[in-house]
Design a protein around this ligand. Structure first.
Ligand SMILES: Nc1ncnc2c1ncn2[C@@H]1O[C@H](COP(=O)(O)OP(=O)(O)OP(=O)(O)O)[C@@H](O)[C@H]1O
Ligand SMILES: O=P(O)(O)OC[C@H]1O[C@H](OP(=O)(O)OP(=O)(O)O)[C@H](O)[C@@H]1O
Ligand SMILES: [Mg+2]
Length: 292
């Protein structure tokens, strides 16, 4: 039986990825010292792989499909070596992309990338940083960092660092200053080129991609349900976002209707307040698991 070999990112993205698959409909269970998680789909076999190495194993066919950051695809110049199926907007602790930024001490004289000329820069994303500086005509000493990179800037071991940030708390905790954004990175779905030419594998990759995207979209949406006096229905409908056409159902009392619609989660608090004023009652908000 054909099975899709799926690489899941070990480390920062691991927990968030397993939670996303769970919402998408696949239960993945890991056990502490085993790098082959089990999944409740006989058509998939999973392995945990460091995001730094994912593109290499997808490119050579060890894996058919994998999830990793755009940063590590660019670092190893694998943009063409793998099929980039799509981006997923989630990181370790949020549903937002991460940024690779140039950071310096508050009192540093470095105000722009060009000021790095002749300086020492620490980073884990060494190749990308070298190429970026080269493109901008800057000659600097780029030093590979195994981690705790912010500390090296604070200690003065280097003049600057190129480091990833998500919430910004590590940069804040070290009192550092962001000079410039160099890269916005998202979690990417990548696939082996031969795998996407195989009808069965391509269809499995598409199924997983569709459901992961559906789960992520649902995180930004909510369902609002309410009862509305027919006499004020136009007023209520005018408030609801026009993109979705609300579902309207009659109630046993002909003077009332039930209205249901999907809205952006960010709008809910304003909408509920306005709908209430427009005569809606029994307003309910539901979470969604998937939006396709
Ligand atoms: N908050 C985050 N911090 C670091 N990397 C993140 C974060 N959110 C998403 N990522 C992505 O995770 C990948 C790096 O994950 P990985 O676990 O290898 O790094 P790490 O957290 O720096 O690991 P380590 O614990 O070895 O330092 C990158 O592709 C990066 O873009
Ligand atoms: O903006 P934030 O939300 O604070 O996240 C960014 C921090 O997380 C990562 O550190 P990691 O845990 O990988 O430690 P490391 O530096 O030792 O690799 C990254 O290297 C930053 O230090
Ligand atoms: Mg790290």
């Amino acid at each position: 039986m054909t099975r899709l070999k799926l690489g899941l990112p070990k480390g920062s993205l691991e927990q968030a990825t397993i939670e996303l698959f769970s919402q998408a409909g696949w239960h993945i269970s890991t056990s502490s010292r085993n790098y082959f998680p089990s999944i409740d789909d006989p058509e998939i076999v999973c392995s945990l792989v460091r995001p730094q190495e994912m593109a290499r194993y997808v490119a050579d066919g060890t894996l058919d499909m994998g999830l990793t950051g755009l940063d590590w695809i660019l670092e190893w110049e694998c943009e063409q070596k793998v099929a980039q199926i799509g981006a997923l907007e989630y990181s370790k602790s949020s549903n937002r992309p991460c940024r690779w930024v140039l950071i310096v001490r508050q009192d540093s004289e470095i105000k722009r990338v060009e000021d790095l000329q002749g300086k020492r820069v620490a980073t884990e994303l060494e190749g990308f940083t070298r190429r970026h500086l080269q493109q901008r005509g800057v000659e600097a000493d780029v030093l590979f960092s195994w981690g705790a990179t912010e500390a090296k800037v604070v200690e003065g071991l280097v003049d600057a660092a190129v480091e990833i940030t998500e919430t910004g708390s590590t940069i804040r905790a070290h009192g550092l200053r962001i000079v410039e954004d160099l890269l916005e990175t998202r979690t990417m779905i990548i696939a082996n080129h031969d795998a996407v030419r195989d009808d069965w594998k391509k269809s499995k990759i598409d199924q997983i991609t569709l459901l992961l995207n559906a789960a992520l979209t649902a995180r930004h949406k909510a369902v609002l349900k309410m009862n509305v006096p027919v006499a004020r229905s136009a007023e209520v409908l005018a408030i609801l976002p026009s993109l979705q056409s609300p579902t309207i159902n009659p109630l046993s009392d002909p003077a009332w209707q039930a209205v249901e619609t999907v809205v952006d989660r960010s709008q809910v608090r304003d909408l509920i307040w306005r709908l209430k004023q427009a005569g809606a009652v029994g307003i309910l908000e539901y979470d969604l698991k998937k939006v396709v």
